[in-house]
Design a protein around this ligand. Structure first.
Ligand SMILES: *[C@@H]1O[C@H](CO)[C@@H](O)[C@H](O)[C@H]1NC(C)=O
Ligand SMILES: *[C@@H]1O[C@H](CO)[C@@H](O)[C@H](O)[C@H]1NC(C)=O
Ligand SMILES: *[C@@H]1O[C@H](CO)[C@@H](O)[C@H](O)[C@H]1NC(C)=O
Ligand SMILES: *[C@@H]1O[C@H](CO)[C@@H](O)[C@H](O)[C@H]1NC(C)=O
Ligand SMILES: *[C@@H]1O[C@H](CO)[C@@H](O)[C@H](O)[C@H]1NC(C)=O
Ligand SMILES: *[C@@H]1O[C@H](CO)[C@@H](O)[C@H](O)[C@H]1NC(C)=O
Ligand SMILES: *[C@@H]1O[C@H](CO)[C@@H](O)[C@H](O)[C@H]1NC(C)=O
Ligand SMILES: *[C@@H]1O[C@H](CO)[C@@H](O)[C@H](O)[C@H]1NC(C)=O
Ligand SMILES: *[C@@H]1O[C@H](CO)[C@@H](O)[C@H](O)[C@H]1NC(C)=O
Ligand SMILES: *[C@@H]1O[C@H](CO)[C@@H](O)[C@H](O)[C@H]1NC(C)=O
Ligand SMILES: *[C@@H]1O[C@H](CO)[C@@H](O)[C@H](O)[C@H]1NC(C)=O
Ligand SMILES: *[C@@H]1O[C@H](CO)[C@@H](O)[C@H](O)[C@H]1NC(C)=O
Ligand SMILES: [Cu+2]
Length: 618
C-alpha cells in the first residue's frame, strides 16, 4: 500500500515539477558572416556558428553556461537579460558591475535557477561587444501559462540593426572631438532573425505564439503584419491580460509575445513589415533601407509582394501603448516609495570636446573593482555609497525598500532604459504614446515630472524591464527591493552606455555579503584580466573611504565657456590646423573624411578617463 502510494506521488510530482540542469558549452570565437548580403564581416560566433544558438529552458530549470573566451583579442562576458538572478547576483554578467571581464584564453561558468517565464535574451556585457553579433534570444517555456493551450506552434524572431564595422572600430569616430554632438553611428542595415526577406510558414486557421525580441545596438522598430491583428500576452517576461493590437513599437532590449491567428484561407501571403524609427537617426543617406518586408507564408507557390507601407515615422497611426497594458497577475500599484531617485538624462560635452551622457551630472565611469566585489570586501561600510566611488552613481537601498525612479529626459532623443535584477512598474509616462511621442512634445522643452501634479497612477501598472523614456518627457518607475544585489540601470542604446548613461543600485549590501559566495573561477577571471577584486572603487583595501586614484569622468568645460563656444573654438582651431574650411558635423560617413590621427592632447585625455570609454563597459 505505502510503496504504491509513494509510486503514485512520484508519478504525480516528477513530470511537471522536476527541474533539470540545462548545460550549454560556449566556445566563443570570431567567425565570418554576411547576413544582409552586403558585406562579409567578423562576428562573434559560438562553437563556430553564427547566428548564435537560442537558449531554451523550462521554467524552474538550472541553466549552466560554460563560456570559454576564444576570441584571442577581446575580453567578454554574458548578461542574461531580464533574468532576476535572485540569490545569484554574481551570475548577472555585467563587467565591472558583478564580475571581471573574461580575458582571452579564460573561462567562466554561469549557473543559476530560472524561476520565471517568458521571452528574454543574452548578450555580451563587456565593453561594447554585443553589436558584433554576440546576442541572441533566451526562451523560458512554461506549459502552465494561461495561453499555453491556445496556440499550436511558436516562433521566435529577433529584430536588430547591423553594422559592417566592429564596434571597437566605430568607437573612436563616435567618441571623438570630431563628433561633439554625439551623433550615433548609423547602422548599415537591419535584420529580421539575423537575415532578411524571411518567410514564416503557417497553416490557415491556426494560432501561433510569436515571440519578438529587439536585440539591436541602437534602433527601435515598428512591427505589423498586413491585414492581421494579434493579441499581446507577454512583455519582458510578464504575462499581460490578452490585449489586441496591430502595431508594435519594439525598442532595443524589449520583448513582446503575441498570439497570431491565421486566416481561414491560404491563397495569399502577407507582408510582415518592420519600419525603423528614423527619428533616432541623425542622417539618413539615400541607400539606407529603413523598412523591410518579410512574409507570413500561407502558400509557398503564391507571390510575395513588397509591402505597401502604412506607417511613416510620424504618421498618425500610433503603436500600441505599452504603458496601458495590465499584468495578468494583477499585481497592484506598489505603495508609496521609501526611496525616491530623481534623475535627468542630459547629453553634454566635457573638456576633451567629446560628447557624454549623464544622469544629472554623472557620466557613469567603470570603477577599478567590480562594484559587487567592493560590496563583498567592504564589511559594514558596504552600506556607505562612498565606497563605490563618485562615478558609478551608486544608490544604496535597503531590503524591501519601495524604490521610485523619476527619470526625466532633458534630451531630445528617446532612451530605452533597462534595470537589471527586476521588472519595474511603469506608473507614469509623459507624453503618452501618440502622434507627438517620438517627435518631441512641447517644442522640445523638457517637462519634468511634478509629484504634486501628475496623471492618476494605474491600479495594476504594467511591469517590464526596459521602458522608453520619450524625448523631453519622463517616466516614473517603481520596484520593491526584494532581490539583494548590485544592479545596473542604464540606457540600452549601446552608444549611450558607452557615453556613460547608467547608474548603479546596491540593494541590501549586508544581505549580499551574508548570502553570496563568489565562485573561484569568477575571481580567477580578475587575475587573468589583471583587474583588482578587492577594495573600494579605487582598489583601496585599507581605507575604503579614500577614493584617490578612482576612474573619473573628464572635466567640465570651464565656467565662462559655453559648450557651443568651446566646440566651435575647438573646430576653428582644428579647421585651421587641418586647413579645412568647414567640417560637417553629423553622421559618421562625413566624419570618415575628417578622421585624423589623434593629437597628443587627445591621447592623454583618454588616459585620464581610464575606465570611462576605454575599458570594461558594455
Ligand atoms: C574553441 O574553438 C577553437 C576554434 O575552433 C579551437 O581552436 C579551440 O580549441 C576551442 N577551445 C575550446 C576550449 O573548446
Ligand atoms: C549549479 O548550481 C547548483 C546549485 O548551486 C549546483 O547544485 C550544481 O552542481 C551547479 N552545477 C554546475 C555545473 O556547476
Ligand atoms: C511542455 O509541453 C510540450 C508540448 O506538449 C512538451 O513537449 C514538453 O515536454 C512539456 N514540458 C514540460 C516541462 O512539461
Ligand atoms: C509565470 O507563470 C506562472 C504560471 O504560468 C504565472 O502564474 C505567473 O504569473 C507568471 N509570471 C509572470 C510575471 O507573469
Ligand atoms: C530564428 O533564428 C534562430 C537562430 O538561428 C532559430 O533558432 C529560430 O528558429 C529562428 N526563427 C524562426 C521563426 O525561424
Ligand atoms: C483589427 O482590429 C481593428 C480594430 O479593432 C478592426 O477594425 C479590424 O477589422 C481588425 N482587422 C482584422 C484583420 O481582424
Ligand atoms: C477554424 O478552426 C476552428 C477551430 O478549430 C473551427 O471551428 C472552424 O470551423 C475552422 N474554420 C475553417 C474555415 O476551417
Ligand atoms: C520605406 O523605405 C523606402 C526606402 O528606404 C523609403 O523611400 C520610404 O519612404 C519608406 N517608407 C516608409 C513609410 O518609411
Ligand atoms: C498603397 O496604399 C495606399 C493607401 O491605402 C493606396 O492608396 C495605394 O493604392 C496602395 N498602393 C498599392 C500599390 O497597393
Ligand atoms: C532638466 O531640465 C529641467 C527643466 O528644464 C531643469 O529644471 C533641470 O535642472 C534639468 N536637469 C539637469 C540635470 O540638467
Ligand atoms: C498640472 O499639469 C497640467 C498638465 O501638464 C498643467 O496644464 C497644469 O497647469 C498643472 N497644474 C498645476 C497646478 O501646476
Ligand atoms: C526573490 O526571492 C524572494 C524569495 O526568496 C522573493 O520574495 C522575491 O520576491 C524575489 N525577487 C525577485 C525580483 O524575483
Ligand atoms: Cu539612450
Amino acid at each position: 500500500m505505502l510503496p504504491y502510494l509513494g509510486y503514485l506521488l512520484l508519478l504525480l510530482l516528477s513530470k511537471p515539477l522536476r527541474a533539470k540542469e540545462v548545460v550549454y558549452d560556449f566556445n566563443v570565437t570570431w567567425v565570418t558572416a554576411n547576413p544582409d548580403g552586403l558585406a562579409d564581416r567578423k562576428v562573434v560566433g559560438i562553437n563556430g556558428q553564427w547566428p548564435l544558438p537560442v537558449i531554451e529552458v523550462d521554467k524552474g530549470d538550472q541553466l549552466v553556461v560554460n563560456m570559454y573566451n576564444g576570441l584571442g583579442d577581446k575580453s567578454t562576458s554574458i548578461h542574461f537579460h531580464g533574468m532576476y538572478q535572485n540569490g545569484t547576483n554574481e551570475m548577472d554578467g555585467a563587467s565591472m558591475v558583478t564580475q571581471c571581464p573574461v580575458a582571452p584564453g579564460s573561462s567562466i561558468t554561469y549557473n543559476f535557477t530560472v524561476n520565471q517565464n517568458g521571452t528574454y535574451w543574452y548578450h555580451c556585457h563587456t565593453d561594447y561587444c554585443y553589436p558584433d553579433g554576440y546576442r541572441q534570444a533566451l526562451i523560458v517555456h512554461d506549459n502552465n501559462s494561461y495561453f499555453a493551450n491556445e496556440y499550436e506552434e511558436e516562433f521566435t524572431v529577433t529584430l536588430s540593426d547591423w553594422y559592417h564595422e566592429l564596434a571597437e572600430d566605430i568607437k573612436p569616430e563616435f567618441m571623438s572631438v570630431y563628433n561633439p554632438t554625439g551623433a550615433e553611428p548609423i547602422p548599415n542595415s537591419w535584420l529580421f532573425n539575423d537575415t532578411q526577406g524571411m518567410s514564416l510558414s503557417v497553416k490557415p486557421n491556426t494560432t501561433y505564439l510569436l515571440r519578438l525580441v529587439n536585440i539591436a545596438a541602437f534602433t527601435a522598430q515598428y512591427f505589423y503584419i498586413e491585414d492581421h491583428n494579434f493579441t499581446i500576452v507577454e512583455i519582458d517576461g510578464v504575462y499581460t491580460e490578452p490585449t489586441e493590437a496591430n502595431l508594435l513599437y519594439v525598442a532595443v532590449a524589449q520583448r513582446y509575445s503575441v498570439l497570431l491567428t491565421t486566416k481561414d484561407t491560404a491563397d495569399k501571403n502577407y507582408a510582415i513589415v518592420t519600419v525603423v524609427d528614423s527619428t533616432l537617426l541623425d542622417t539618413i543617406t539615400p541607400d539606407l533601407q529603413l523598412n523591410h518586408t518579410n512574409w507570413l507564408e500561407y502558400d509557398a507557390s503564391a507571390t510575395k509582394p513588397q509591402a505597401n507601407i502604412t506607417v511613416a515615422e510620424s504618421s498618425d497611426l500610433s503603436p500600441f501603448d505599452d504603458a496601458t497594458l495590465i499584468p495578468y497577475d494583477h499585481m497592484p500599484l506598489l505603495e508609496n516609495p521609501t526611496v525616491t531617485v530623481n534623475v535627468a538624462v542630459v547629453m553634454d560635452n566635457l573638456d576633451n570636446g567629446k560628447g557624454y551622457a549623464f544622469l544629472n551630472d554623472i557620466s557613469y565611469t567603470a570603477p577599478k573593482v567590480p562594484t559587487l566585489y567592493s560590496v563583498m570586501s567592504a564589511g559594514d561600510l558596504a552600506t556607505d555609497a562612498t565606497v563605490y566611488g563618485d562615478f558609478t552613481h551608486t544608490q544604496v537601498v535597503d531590503h524591501m525598500d519601495i524604490v521610485e525612479i523619476i527619470l526625466n529626459n532633458n534630451d531630445t532623443g528617446s532612451h530605452p532604459f533597462h534595470l537589471h535584477g527586476h521588472v519595474f512598474q511603469v506608473v507614469d509616462r509623459y507624453p503618452p504614446y501618440g502622434s507627438d511621442f517620438f517627435e518631441f512634445a512641447d517644442a522640445g522643452i523638457p517637462q519634468p515630472y511634478d509629484p504634486n501634479n501628475h496623471s492618476a497612477f494605474p491600479a495594476y501598472p504594467p511591469r517590464r524591464d526596459t521602458i522608453v523614456v520619450p524625448p523631453a518627457g519622463y517616466v516614473v518607475l517603481r520596484f520593491r527591493a526584494d532581490n539583494p544585489g548590485v544592479w545596473i540601470f542604464h540606457c540600452h542604446i549601446d552608444w549611450h552606455l558607452m557615453q556613460g548613461l547608467a547608474m548603479t543600485f546596491v540593494e541590501a549590501p549586508l544581505m549580499i555579503q551574508e548570502k553570496l559566495t563568489i565562485p573561484a573561477d569568477h575571481y580567477a577571471a580578475c587575475v587573468a584580466s589583471d583587474v583588482e577584486h578587492e577594495g573600494n572603487a579605487a582598489g583601496n583595501t585599507v581605507d575604503l573611504l579614500d577614493l584617490s586614484g578612482q576612474n573619473q569622468q573628464p572635466g567640465w568645460i570651464p565656467d565662462g565657456f559655453t559648450t557651443r563656444g568651446i566646440v566651435s573654438m575647438v573646430f576653428t582651431v582644428l579647421s585651421a590646423i587641418l586647413g579645412m574650411g568647414s567640417i560637417v558635423l553629423y553622421g559618421l560617413s562625413d566624419l570618415k573624411h575628417a578622421k585624423k590621427p589623434e593629437t597628443q592632447a587627445e591621447v592623454s585625455g583618454q588616459g585620464v578617463q581610464g575606465g570611462q570609454d576605454d575599458e570594461y563597459q558594455d
